[in-house]
Design a protein around this ligand. Structure first.
Ligand code: ADP
Length: 273
């Protein structure tokens, strides 16, 4: 088994099965122990992702959507930087989802999400996503329970619609421990260069840790589908997190196998003067 298939099968939430989030480790030294080797593998994968992205862009037939979810400090931004740093900006579109604007709230919750789905040829990365509408929305009761209850199936139907229309979806939940979050939040307070990342609201969310974990568990249980399964990524060690995700993104793109379009002319028929 190649590494990526092993990682994939270990991190996958099997559709229809319980995700057992609480029982899932946030470190996987058993899968990946050597930090230097992991960094080399990440480097190789991100180079290869760039090559495959170029083919995807040239092919102009399909797209890849990478959904990153995780609580504050779980490393969503760091994943974007670590995994897609080799890709040219033309072919990768990163969309962060913050609190919905008034305009967004005047539409259904998937409106802004559908608008951000990558067009053909592009890798789209969602930094947070429509899952906030069953996560923070549930924990903070931003919508009535019966409305949230309907959303799991709506999300599954939406994602099925996308996959049937040429969008491959990879969903990663970045799984960190409560202790690791404490350290990362503290680091943001200790280092003036990280102050901009600190938001007092993050401490309020931390107090709701158990509620968020429970909401994640339900979302993983109910929305890991055959067309768009979830992977829970052990994310206490940034180098493990990046290596796992890069390997799975690369492996998925290899399976998609985008090809350069056939051309109707021969290079030797032309001369540049
Ligand atoms: P981040 O914390 O991801 O670096 P921000 O500081 O902009 O970025 O925080 C985004 C905030 O927006 C988070 O607190 C998140 O819970 C919130 N958010 C995202 N989507 C929604 C949504 N659909 N409804 C309510 N809040 C949301």
């Amino acid at each position: 088994m190649t590494d990526w298939k092993l990682f994939d099968s270990e991190l996958l939430v099997a559709p229809g099965a319980k995700s057992n989030l609480a029982g899932r480790p946030t470190v996987r030294d058993d899968l990946l122990a050597d930090k230097d080797a992991a960094k080399d593998a990440l480097d190789e994968c991100s180079k290869e992702i760039d090559v495959l992205q170029d083919r995807l862009y040239a092919e102009q037939k399909r797209s890849l959507l990478v959904v990153l979810q995780g609580i504050d400090t779980s490393g969503k931004d760091g994943t974007v930087r670590g995994v897609f740093n080799r890709c040219g900006p033309l072919g990768v579109k990163v969309t962060p989802f913050g609190r919905p604007s008034e305009l967004e709230l005047s539409h259904d919750y998937l409106w802004r999400v559908h608008d951000a789905v990558p067009r053909k040829g592009v890798i789209g990365v969602f930094n947070r996503s429509h899952y906030e509408d069953v996560l923070v929305a549930k924990v903070r009761a931003l919508a009535p329970p019966e409305v949230i209850e309907q959303r799991y199936e709506q999300i599954n139907a939406f994602e099925k619609h996308l996959t049937e229309n040429g969008v491959t979806i990879l969903k990663f939940m970045l799984h960190i421990s409560k202790d690791e979050q404490r350290e990362r939040l503290q680091a943001r307070l200790d280092d003036p260069a990280k102050h901009w990342k600190f938001n007092p609201g993050d401490l309020e969310d931390r107090e709701l840790w158990d509620d968020f974990q429970a909401a994640y568990e339900i979302a993983l249980d109910r929305c890991s589908t055959p067309h768009a399964p979830w992977r829970v990524v052990p994310a206490d060690k940034k180098w493990q997190r990046n290596a796992f995700i890069a390997a799975i993104v690369r492996g998925t793109l290899e399976v998609m196998n985008p090809t350069y379009p056939a051309k109707s002319w021969k290079a030797e028929d032309y001369k540049v003067v």
